[in-house]
Structure formats: C-alpha cells, structure tokens
Design a protein. Structure first.
Length: 712
C-alpha cells in the first residue's frame, strides 16, 4: 500500500511490560504496521504502576501519548474522528466508559482487540463488565480476537458481534533471536502469576524440579505469592523486561508453556510466549488445548505434557538432535506466519474489507416510529395497568403516541396508571379481553400483555387464566385484523417448561407438564403463540411473539409471588427470607426498562422476524445468590428459611438472546447490581406510602365503566 492508514489504538499499555503481556503484543503489531507504511497513535492511560516501570517510553515505530482520565480523551477527539481506524483493547482502565466516549466521536472504523477473549467472555457470562459491556459488542465493526476457532462464531451468534476475526499474538522476529549463549537452565517458564495457571506450573515444573534435583530450573515473572514452596534448584526472577527475553529463552534447554484455564476451555488461544520461544530456537514443552496442532503441531514443533512424568521424560531422554529438530520446526512456522508484520497485514486486510467508512449504514436494525417516518400512532396496550404494561404505556406516551390502556384490574392496579389520568393522549378502558372490544378509533399497533403472570395469580383462577390466553388473544387478533394493526403477543419463558436444554433458544420445543398446576399459564401461552402464527401465516395479521423471561423493577406487586418482590418485601419487613427448594435453581433477571425497550424494538423491526424472540437478561443467578444480594441491600435482614419446591418449578432458566441481538440490535443494559437497588428503593417508598394511606385509590377507577367478567 502506497499511502498507508492512520490508526489510533487505545490499549492497556505500550510503555511498560510490567505484569502484562499486552505491551509486547502491541509492540510487535505496531512495529509490523510501521514496517508496512502505516501510522499509529497509541493512547495509554497514565497510571502509577506502569509509569514507574516503563521499559519503552519513547518508541520509534509509533506516536505514544498518555491521558489522565476518560474526560482527558477529548484532547485526542480530532485524531479519533479522522483516523482510518480506531481500535480499543481489552483491560483498558475504565474501558466501558472509554468505549462509550470513543463511539460517541463516531470513528470511521471502530474495532475492539481482545487480547483476553476467553477471559472476557467468561467475565461477561458472570455479569462482570470490568472493561467491556455486553451491550457494546455490536457497536464494533470488527471484534479482533486473540482466540480463534469456534469462539469466533460464538462471538457473532451469541454476543452480537458484527464480525469476529482472529488476530493472534505475534513476535518481533528482529528482536527475538537466539543469542548463541550456552544453556544455564534445563527448563524455564516466563509468565505473570495467575491462580488458574499455578496448579499446572506446580505439576509441570516444580514437581519435576523436586524429582530432578541435579537439574536447573527458572521461573520469571511478577506477583507470585510469598508462600509458594520453591524447590532449591528453581531460580526466581521477579521481572524480566522484554529486552532480556531473547537471552532468557536462549539459555534454556526447554521452555514451558502454561495456558490459562479459560483459554484452554476455548481453544485456539496461543500465548505470545510460544512464538517468542520459537523465534529464539528454544524447544517448547506445552500443556494441551484445542487448536494447538494447527499452530505448532505436537511432536513436530513441540512436546506435549499432561503429567509430571512427561516433563521428566523429556528432560532426561530427548537428545540434542531431537531438540534441534523441534526448535527448527517451530521457528520455521513462526517466522512464516506469526510475526508482527504478518499480523499487521492480517489486520489491515480485515479493515479494508469493511464498507467505505463514509457510508450511511445503520448502527442498529430496530426502527422506532420516528425513524420509519410514520409519526404518532394510536397504540392499544392490553394489560396496560400491570407491572410491565404500565411502563410500556409511559414509554409510548413519551414517544408521542396515543395510548389506549385496556385492563380488567384483576392483577393490574389503578395506582400504576393514576399519573396518566390527565394526559391528553391517554385513554383507559376497564374491560376483560375475554369479551370482544368494540373500538371505532383507528389502531396502528396492539400489544397484548393481558394475563396474570405470577403463579399465585394465575393459579388462583386457572380456568380464567387459560381462557384469557386463548379467547382473549383471539379477540385481540380479530381486532388487529379489522384495523390492519400490527400485533405483539407477550409470551413467556414458561413455554419452555422445566427445560432440558440450557440456555433456552427459541427453536427449543420445551418440556411442559400439560396437566400440572402451572399448565393453565404455560399451555395457555403456547396456544396463544399458535393462534398468532396461524393469523400470520394466513396473512391476516402482522403478528410478533416476545418470549419474556424474569423481569423485575418498580411497580411489581408486593404479593405477586415473584421471587424478587417476595425477597425484597420480606427483607424490608424484617421477616425471614423464603427460598423454595435448596436455592440452587437459577433465573435470569431483566430490568423492566430493558424489557420495554425490547418489546418496542420487536414491534417496530422491519421486516417481521416471523419467529419468536427471547427477551431477557442472560446473566444467570441462583436464587440463593439473589437472596444474598437482597440481604446486602437491606441491612439487618433476618435469616433465610427454606420451603418445599413448587410442582414443576423450573430448575434452570436463562435466555439465549442471540436472535434479539441479531434481528433487533437489542440487549439488556441494566445489570442486576444496578437494577436491584432501584427496585429496593421503590419498594421502600411504596411500603412507607401504604403505611400512611392504607386505603387503595378508588376515584380513578370510577371514571370508567366496568365490563362484566364473562362466564368461563
């Protein structure tokens, strides 16, 4: 390329390799970019632990600048806006905020470089968003990953990455060469201490050292605890700067590669130490993981070890000729495919495959009414006085629509819609949807959320629950057909029953007891879905299906039987917290504002997905964990008591939201750690208000004409 690209990289560190492998990775990549004629600005957060241990303060292959805070990034706003590509790396301090700021500057090409992909995804699955939020993954044009293999498809299918591409670590072949010095150690290891690597290091280096007291071993790297029992023949080097790495590798007969547990599980996750040692012609003994054979084939380019005995055998039986052959084979492969120049070419090729950076392609696929040019609409929300329905009414009104709320007040409450009574675009109709609605006003959309949704409520009158789902949904579909309105059915994760598949995908048919006490709700919702798809296939109604997982937040009823409201109310009233069963059953909790955003996105996405879409938060928690979180938020909470598990209660529940992320560009943004305190605060105020005004509000309900509940 004659002109080269201008690239901005925001990474953990370039200046200091102390306690991290990011610096050497970036150095190799950026040197390669420089050699290929590209220009790079590296932005590094100025932090004390790297500032005091800098071993490359003034690189000659890129421009290095430091910033003091997220706000200080504005000094580089012009460079970020005009660069051909901007790349944010993993483990950047305040990474979530950094990504949000950079995204707001609208870079021409925006990428993420995950040097810790398996660790990152394991953290996200634990709802740990230390440096990357799950909601941010679809924002990037390319998700570059240190790990390859099946993990790339998982990034796209499960996490919503637009494109995931491998970008393994690399080595600077001009700096990593054998120095010709004679061996000092029979086996060495270079790596920062990690608890998940330490058992393997114990098995594959420390135990062989104890068994071979006449041989010499070395472990280099910082942060090892003081209580490790190092054998006398193991030399310790606390920190080894990159400039000393070639001498370190060259003076070993063998070097050991140990892989982190998350990277072993993911596979295709080579350590930079593999490539550095190979570039220095040092024979490698490695632990085993999927994909290694594609990079450095065992028995050709390295030796595998699973037990201490494997290492002992290698150190005592492999002759010099065999050592030379192993080292030469690894060296050939690394110099051909794993240098900084090779990696830079791979990255630039991926960047240039993207559409032109000045095009107007949309950042998401969900269309609001304003975006599609339809303006204000008349929207009917059945069950609009309920927990979720009232939040939906609020949001639709805020977007400028006319909202008709239909509710029988069987489980919904006047208090939820009382603030809307004087809104000029809000209409309340008190009616059970089991009776046909007669409306002359044109309708554009109908949301059906009308059905008791918690076990105590839907089991109180199971026949009416079933009829609401079947007859009521049929009535609303007929109404939608008459008006030519789009229709969204609020279905439920209960259609999966007590699932035998985990997490639950929309193509899973479920495991439902059709004669049990929950069947009125489970089978009712399944029948309602069938009705919707029959209308859709016949071309009679534009119907959409949302399968809603556990949702929580303000306006939940204190007595609705949901686990979140149960525990919070019990805690606030200083009663024992009730857990049904052993508490190890799991649920995924979605904050109500996220759920409402998903419903609106599904209603307005074009074209109609014509398939159910899971809406929920994939963060999975045991009920025991939830109880402990509530205890932490409500000081002085009393003990936990256990009650028998209800019949057919699901053991595990977690949505696969790949379809929602892909089709709608939607995923939850409020974590349980953020949403639960808001919910506790709301219940605190609601209980105080109830104590002051024990009588329920009745005046508003009297403003509408009640309809008789049908015989069923």
């Amino acid at each position: 390329m004659s002109t080269g690209l201008d690239i901005v990289v925001l990474g953990l560190s370039l200046s200091s390799s102390w306690g991290n492998g990011h610096a050497t990775t970036f150095r190799g990549l950026l040197r390669g970019l420089h050699a290929e004629g590209h220009r790079t600005l590296f932005l590094e957060r100025d932090v004390p632990w790297y500032a005091g241990n800098r071993d490359l303060a003034d690189p000659d292959f890129c421009r290095l600048e430091y910033y003091d805070s997220v706000a200080d990034l504005q000094r580089f706003a012009d460079a970020i806006r005009t660069a051909d590509a901007v790349i944010v790396g993993s483990y950047v301090p305040d990474g979530v905020a950094v990504i949000d700021v950079v995204a707001g500057l609208q870079p021409r090409r925006f990428c993420f470089y995950d040097i810790d992909t398996p660790v990152t995804l394991a953290k996200l699955d634990r709802h740990d968003e230390e440096y990357l939020a799950r909601r941010q993954i679809p924002v990037f044009d390319i998700y570059f990953s240190f790990a390859g293999g099946p993990l790339l498809q998982r990034l796209e299918d499960r996490y919503g990455a637009r494109r995931a591409a491998p970008l393994y670590c690399s080595v600077d072949a001009s700096r990593y060469r054998n120095t010709g010095e004679p061996p000092v150690w029979d086996l060495g290891y270079l790596g920062t201490y990690s608890p998940d690597r330490q058992p393997t290091l114990e098995k594959l280096l420390l135990e062989p050292a104890r068994r071979l007291p006449d041989l010499h071993f070395v472990v280099a790297g910082p942060q090892y605890p003081d209580d490790i029992d190092w054998p006398a023949n193991v030399e310790r080097i606390d920190h080894l700067p990159p400039a000393e790495h070639p001498r370190f590798y060259s003076r070993q007969r063998f070097t050991l590669n140990v892989t982190r547990a998350d990277m072993i599980a993911a596979g295709w996750s080579p350590s930079v130490r593999l490539f550095e040692a190979a570039a220095c012609h040092t024979p490698i003994i490695s632990d085993s993981w999927p994909g290694l054979e594609e990079l450095l084939p065992p028995d050709e380019a390295l030796l595998l070890a699973e037990r201490s005995e494997d290492v002992v055998a290698a150190l005592t039986t492999v002759d010099e000729a065999r050592r030379h052959d192993l080292a030469a084979a690894a060296h050939r492969r690394v110099i051909r495919s794993h240098t900084g120049v090779a990696r830079a070419r791979e990255m630039v090729a991926e960047l240039l495959r993207l559409p032109p950076p000045n095009d107007s392609r949309p950042k998401g696929r969900s269309m609001s009414n304003d975006q599609n040019g339809s303006g204000s609409r008349t929207i009917l929300v059945a069950g609009g006085a309920g927990f979720i329905g009232s939040h939906l009414c609020d949001t639709l009104l805020a977007e400028g629509h006319d909202v008709i709320c239909v509710d029988s007040f069987l489980t919904g409450t006047e208090a939820n819609v009382l603030p809307l009574q004087n809104h000029p675009r809000f209409t309340l109709i008190e009616q059970d949807i089991c009776s046909p609605l007669q409306l002359e006003r044109p309708l554009h959309q109908i949301y059906n959320l009308a059905c008791p949704a918690s076990p105590p409520h839907y089991q109180a009158d199971p026949v009416h629950t079933m009829v609401t789902s079947v007859v009521g949904t049929g009535n609303l579909l007929a109404l939608a057909e008459r008006h030519g309105a789009s229709f969204l059915q609020a279905s439920t994760s209960e259609v999966y029953g007590d699932p035998e598949e985990h997490p639950q995908r929309e193509d899973y048919f479920g495991h439902v007891n059709c004669t049990g006490p929950r069947a009125c709700y489970d089978e009712g919702k399944r029948a309602a879905e069938s009705l919707c798809f029959d209308y859709l296939r016949a071309g009679r109604v534009d119907a959409r299906i949302a399968r809603i997982f556990n949702t929580y937040g303000p306006r939940m009823q204190p007595d609705d039987g949901r686990i979140v409201s149960n525990l919070i109310v019990q805690a606030l009233e200083s009663r024992p917290l009730t857990i049904y069963g052993d508490g190890q059953q799991t649920r995924s909790f979605c904050y109500v504002t996220d759920l409402v955003a998903g419903l609106i996105a599904l209603m307005n996405v074009d074209p109609n997905p014509k398939q159910p879409v899971n809406l929920g938060n994939p963060g999975e928690f045991t009920i025991a964990e939830l109880a402990e979180l509530v205890r932490e938020l409500v000081p002085g909470t009393s003990r936990i008591v256990h009650q028998p598990l209800p019949v057919d209660d699901p053991k595990r529940r977690r949505p696969d939201i790949t379809r929602a992320m892909t089709l709608l560009g939607w995923q939850p943004q409020v974590s349980l750690a953020e949403g639960l305190p808001l919910t506790v605060d709301w219940f605190t105020q609601a209980l105080k208000k109830a104590a002051r005004q024990p009588a329920s509000v009745g005046s508003y309900r009297q403003q509408v004409q009640p309809a008789a509940r049908p015989e069923v």
